[in-house]
Ligand binder design. Structure first.
Ligand code: FBP
Length: 311
């Protein structure tokens, strides 16, 4: 759909710009369509209890019907996803992607329901607001020069490339390990003057080659998290959207962007921090909460952590 969007008129804003998601963002047609496709595909598995998406206001209960072909009484899961990350770039043909995370679904989760939500809605929420350390799988699909599928089920990170001739994702990057140090940083530098001093001073040192590794860093930034994380995993580097005076919690969403990508990064031997906290240990309070993120090559991210500690 993404590749043919220019030909099928699936470009531009949904409902001519009238469709706004709970975060106040104008939804692209492709945001809405990709969300629908993922919801249907996941529901069809018969294994899903709840799903939470960037494009859904609240977590959605997915009661699978006994008639569902693959209905399965036993193992149930919770899926959290960003159906089309970087969608602000999609009409210009710049890489975008889908990010997902999978948790166990606790059918019998106990809820103190002090809100006006129904019992079921509350159960959905409780089943969804879990820290990244509870993830059992995560990954992304990158829609770019090639279509890449990169995932972990907690035993290393594996990358596949779509072979459109056979319609299969073929293992092309077994056991991805991110280099411990690097020469690439990837941030929206326009926000740099607003960054916390430890963050700003470390990146300034990297520019001058006076940081801990002595490496002279270069800058790469696509503006699509999936694209920037994919390059960072393969080449090494530090990507992020740190806290700044304007956005105390940065821009990226913890549940379906930060945690799934941090799980991948740690499984590949990298680190992911807010500057002061391990992203995977943060327990979400809201489905769409944002979190400052700095992730990538272990020694370089550690330099940021140390800068915050010393500050
Ligand atoms: P969505 O497109 O899913 O809302 O994601 C947010 C995002 O586009 C990330 O992919 C990217 O890293 C970041 O925002 C870019 O933000 P900015 O344009 O402020 O640099």
């Amino acid at each position: 759909m993404v590749k043919r969007s220019q030909l099928t008129g699936l470009t531009g804003l949904a409902e001519g710009g009238g469709s706004i998601n709970i975060q106040g963002e104008e939804q692209k047609q492709l945001d809405v369509m990709t969300n629908e496709v993922l919801k249907r595909a996941l529901r069809f598995t018969g294994k899903l209890g709840v799903l939470a998406s960037e494009e859904e206001d609240v977590p959605v209960d997915v009661p699978s019907r006994k008639t569902d072909v693959m209905f399965d009484e036993t193992s149930k899961y919770v899926a959290v996803f960003d159906p089309l990350d970087g969608s602000s770039n999609v009409d210009a043909g710049i890489p975008t992607g889908t990010i997902f995370g999978i948790f166990e679904h606790e059918e019998e989760c106990v809820v103190e329901n002090s809100s006006d939500m129904t019992e079921d809605e509350m159960k959905c929420l409780v089943n969804t607001l879990k820290p990244g350390t509870d993830l059992i799988a995560s990954g992304y699909c990158l829609y770019s020069s090639s279509c890449f599928f990169v995932m972990t089920i907690g035993n290393g990170v594996y990358g596949f490339t779509l072979d459109e001739n056979i319609g299969e994702f073929v293992l092309s990057h077994p056991n991805i390990k991110i280099p411990p140090t690097s020469k690439i940083y990837s941030f929206n530098e326009a926000n740099m003057p607003q960054w916390d001093p430890p963050m700003r001073s470390t990146v300034e040192k990297w520019r001058l080659g006076t940081g801990a590794s002595g490496n002279q860093f270069s800058s790469r930034y696509i503006g699509s998290m999936v694209g920037d994380v994919h390059r960072t995993l393969l080449y090494g580097g530090v990507f992020g959207y740190p806290s700044d005076k304007k956005n105390k919690n940065g821009k990226l969403r913890l549940l379906y962007e930060g945690a799934p990508m941090s799980y991948l990064m740690e499984q590949a031997g990298g680190l992911s921090t807010t500057g002061t906290e391990r992203v995977l240990e943060i327990v979400p309070e809201e489905v769409h909460q944002r979190v400052p993120i700095v992730m990538g090559s272990r020694d370089d991210v550690q330099e940021i952590i140390d800068a915050y500690k010393n500050a």
